[in-house]
Design a protein around this ligand. Structure first.
Ligand code: AMP
Ligand code: GLY
Length: 444
């Protein structure tokens, strides 16, 4: 009898998760618990249950119906409220961390304090403030000449981090946000502002072993040349060496080592193995690799670069992560290609996106070996495909170089029309050269 897997979530990330599962030689039956029907996921699944994925009782009901061999929880919110713990009560294990371990993503203060307590290097200077009136905040601000970052201590949908120069300049502005964070979350984290290039290293972990996926770079700003508001991520790149042109092997080893140590430390702290994904956001600085943050799930769009080129059987990977036998896999195998992902977004995204407007997709559109399509915030009504207000369609281009991958991505994008936009500069030689030049300056 084939295995049953319950996937929670319905974005582009979950579409790639389902696609990777569907390529398994184990030919599993995939079930989806979703906030809305994703037309791409629907095609890969035996059954889709639409409901409130933030309601643990509803999740349990779906799980009782499906009786899956295991579950995969895609998005941060259902992980953060304890979906893994809820399913465990039914005897169902998940490829996702427990609520206690998910604090790694949910609380910036928890993570910074964890690194400090276990003497793990890689944090910038930081200060956790818990009092509404606290003169230490001014002392910290002055110590770094105002070059600081203020982080709310909870999930604020991408609006929880204020960076000097980008979002504020004066102490008063920083202080206003700090006080708001203390009101809402009882804590705020102040950090020294780091200078360097950011990259993501997403690792699959089981509490004992860390298996890295290719290093990638996201593009968070909405508009070309890194202008405009922050978004969930407009697109990501990785090169044909499964890395990034501005990274060294040493950078990757440093990031890997931080993740290994943090994985061990969190188990000491919570008493639970960390199962699932540790997604490190890192920055290469002149003083080596520093940790910006951890997420406890695959990135979106990062998953669209990584999972489609994963050659190791993904069902097997999830099962071994759950069992704690990931070490038997050795290393994850990936197709040796460069990848460029672009998200097509509704005009006005992220602040005022158009919604419930149809888009047109070329007839008989087919994916190719080097071009894949992942659906995200889309709906289907009366035979029309409608925009639902968030990132709509993720297009993956692959190739022997980033430029080739970018061209394949761009060519596929031409098949979609409507009130959509995307960042045309992602993966261009120009932007990559800018990153390389920046890194050269930093490393001196
Ligand atoms: P986070 O939610 O912690 O990933 O922060 C969002 C963004 O803020 C990051 O992707 C960085 O661009 C920036 N950021 C966060 N922490 C720092 C820091 N200590 N120094 C410089 N930039 C930072
Ligand atoms: N692309 C950023 C994230 O998934 O958090």
């Amino acid at each position: 009898m084939s295995k049953k897997i319950l996937v929670v979530g319905n974005g582009g990330r979950e579409h790639t998760i389902c696609e990777a599962l569907s390529r398994s030689s184990q030919l599993p039956e995939i079930y989806n618990f979703a906030s809305a029907l994703n037309p791409g996921i629907k095609k890969l699944c035996k059954e889709v249950f639409v409901g409130n994925i933030m309601d643990l009782e509803e999740l349990k009901k779906v799980a009782k119906k499906v009786e899956p061999d295991f579950a995969i929880i895609g998005p941060d919110d259902p992980i953060g409220i304890g979906s893994t713990d809820a399913l465990r009560e039914l005897g169902i294990e998940s490829f996702a961390p427990t609520k206690a371990n998910a604090q790694l993503e949910g609380s910036k203060a928890f993570t910074r304090n964890l690194l400090k307590k276990y003497n793990i290097t890689g944090s910038p200077n930081f200060y956790v403030s818990v009092k509404k009136e606290d003169s230490e905040r001014k002392t910290f601000f002055d110590k770094f000449d105002g070059k600081i970052v203020v982080k709310a201590d909870g999930l604020l949908g991408g609006k929880g981090v204020l960076v000097e120069g980008d979002h504020f300049t004066t102490f008063e502005e920083a202080e206003e946000f700090a006080k708001k964070s203390i009101e809402k979350f009882n804590r705020v984290v102040l950090e020294e502002k780091l200078l360097g290039e950011e990259f993501s290293l997403i690792s699959i972990v089981d509490g004992k072993t860390v298996l890295d996926t290719p290093a990638i770079q996201d593009h968070k700003r909405a508009f070309e040349n890194d202008k405009g508001p922050n978004t969930g991520g407009m697109g990501c790149i990785s090169d044909e060496h499964l890395s990034l042109p501005f990274l060294t092997q040493q950078d990757l080893s440093q990031a890997h080592e931080i993740t290994e140590k943090v994985m061990a430390a969190i188990e000491q702290e919570t008493g639970e193995r960390f199962i699932g994904v540790m997604y490190g956001g890192f920055m290469v600085t002149k003083n080596g690799v520093k940790l910006i943050e951890y997420n406890a799930r695959f990135g979106d769009p990062e998953a669209l670069n990584i999972l489609p080129i994963l050659e190791t059987d993904f069902v097997d990977v999830c099962e071994r992560a759950i069992e704690g036998t990931l070490s038997t896999i050795g290393k994850l195998k990936f197709k040796k290609v460069a990848t460029v992902v672009n998200y097509l977004c509704p005009n006005g995204y992220p602040d005022n996106p158009v919604k419930n407007v149809p888009i047109q997709i070329a007839e008989n559109l087919q994916e190719t070996e080097n071009q894949k399509i992942f659906y995200a915030s889309l709906g289907e009504e009366n035979g029309e495909i409608l925009l639902k207000g968030s990132r709509a369609i993720g297009i993956l281009g692959m190739g022997n170089s980033i430029e080739e991958a970018r061209q394949n991505c761009e060519a596929m994008i031409q098949n979609f029309s409507g009130p959509l936009f995307y960042r045309k500069d992602i993966g261009t030689a120009n932007l990559i050269q800018k990153r390389m030049d920046h890194m050269k300056e930093i490393r001196i």
